[in-house]
Design a protein around this ligand. Structure first.
Ligand code: MG
Length: 368
């Protein structure tokens, strides 16, 4: 929305928000959309009474239906697997999807690509790494690409020992050094699960296999990702770490508008450094890579077990290091789901079944 403040030619048609109704009300007041969506009937009643100009207020499963409201750009930003259904619905009705929800690509990337191709829907990534790669690939041929190089900040615990990682609390994990984001993705950044999800997302978005994607830790988050070409030329996209840039790019593409974010002052930058990711201390990146290689429903298994573990960690049911331990355990248990062809109905069913199993076991606190 902050990006749209400087874009006078854009109008918000539909605005969906989560549990923060005060912020939602301020957004409706400022952007005057035709429709709004929120989390509960109770909130919907409050919003309806307060803003009689709204044509409809959606909640619950109505959010998914409301993704069929025709629009030029659908910003898919509902976090976690909750965003999946609405993003698929939008693939049939929007002209462009600005994709911030990476679960769509992780859980059902192949199906989503087919759906978007069928309806001639353009997908522009909002995830900063994928926006960087998308920008580097502009004007290049697919068979000139040798490697996609995803950069990772390494998260706030990059230098902690395994022992110290054991004692990490949600409060410690929610402070990301470079990016301001929601709680699910901030924890995922700290465990490197986020980079694992982005690895899978990149493979599906850019149609390259797992071997063609490297991950490198770059704590300053100035290079947002790179592409290496067959002649060993490398293009890197750089900028101050500010999510408004990839969002603006996805909205303005293929043109570029005036800057919203701060300029890089190269002379005052800290030295840019690079490290190999440590998958012994941060095993979720390794498991994600295995899931991508295994194919079938394994990326989905990785995603939903990790997601449930993150919620359990945030509720202080399990330790920080348990997130990876439990995810690996379930990954092994569901290995038989590799290599099977994915079907949309099964995506949701399997996701739901595994989540319920994980939730039950985690609630029983066998791991602490
Ligand atoms: Mg990212």
């Amino acid at each position: 929305l902050d990006v749209l403040r400087s874009h006078e030619s854009f109008r918000v048609i539909h605005c969906v928000f989560g549990s923060n109704i005060e912020l939602g009300i301020r957004q409706i007041e400022e952007f005057k959309p035709d429709y709004a969506g929120c989390i509960s009937k109770e909130h919907a009643d409050i919003i309806r009474a307060r803003f009689p100009f709204l044509k409809n207020v959606f909640y619950g499963s109505g959010i998914e239906e409301s993704a069929s409201i025709p629009c030029d750009i659908f910003v898919s930003a509902i976090s976690g697997s909750n965003g999946l259904r609405s993003t698929f619905t939008a693939a049939r009705h929007a002209r462009r999807i600005a994709l911030a929800n990476k679960e769509t690509m992780v859980m059902a990337g192949d199906l989503f690509n087919v759906e978007c191709a069928r309806h001639d829907t353009e997908v522009i990534p909002v995830d900063s790494e994928h926006s960087a790669i998308f920008q580097c690939l502009e004007g290049e041929k697919h068979d000139s690409v040798k490697k996609l190089i995803l950069t990772a900040s390494g998260g706030p615990f990059r230098t902690l020992s395994s022992h110290e990682l054991d004692a990490v609390t949600p409060e410690m994990a929610l402070k990301h050094p470079n990016w301001v984001m929601g709680s699910k993705i901030t924890i995922d950044s700290a465990t490197l699960a986020n980079k694992g999800l982005e690895l899978i997302e990149a493979s599906k978005l850019f149609h390259v296999d797992e071997k063609s994607i490297d991950v490198i830790v770059h704590p300053q988050s100035i290079i947002h990702s790179m592409v290496k070409f067959t002649d060993n030329s490398i293009k890197a996209q750089m900028g101050m770490p500010d999510m408004r840039l990839p969002i603006q790019y996805a909205i303005d593409y293929p043109t570029r508008n005036d800057a919203i974010i701060r300029d890089i002052d190269f002379l005052s930058l800290p030295a840019l450094t690079f490290y190999a990711p440590d998958t012994d201390r941060f095993p979720l990146l390794r498991i994600a890579r295995e899931a991508l290689r295994a194919g079938g429903y394994m990326p989905l298994v990785f995603n939903c077990v990790n997601e449930e573990c993150v919620y359990a960690f945030l509720r202080k049911k399990i330790k920080f290091t348990d997130i990876a331990l439990i995810t690996e355990k379930y990954y092994e248990r569901y290995r038989h789901l590799a290599n099977s062809e994915t079907v949309f109905e099964d995506v949701l069913r399997i996701d739901n079944d595994i989540r319920n199993t994980v939730k039950k076991e985690v609630e029983a606190c066998q791991y602490l």
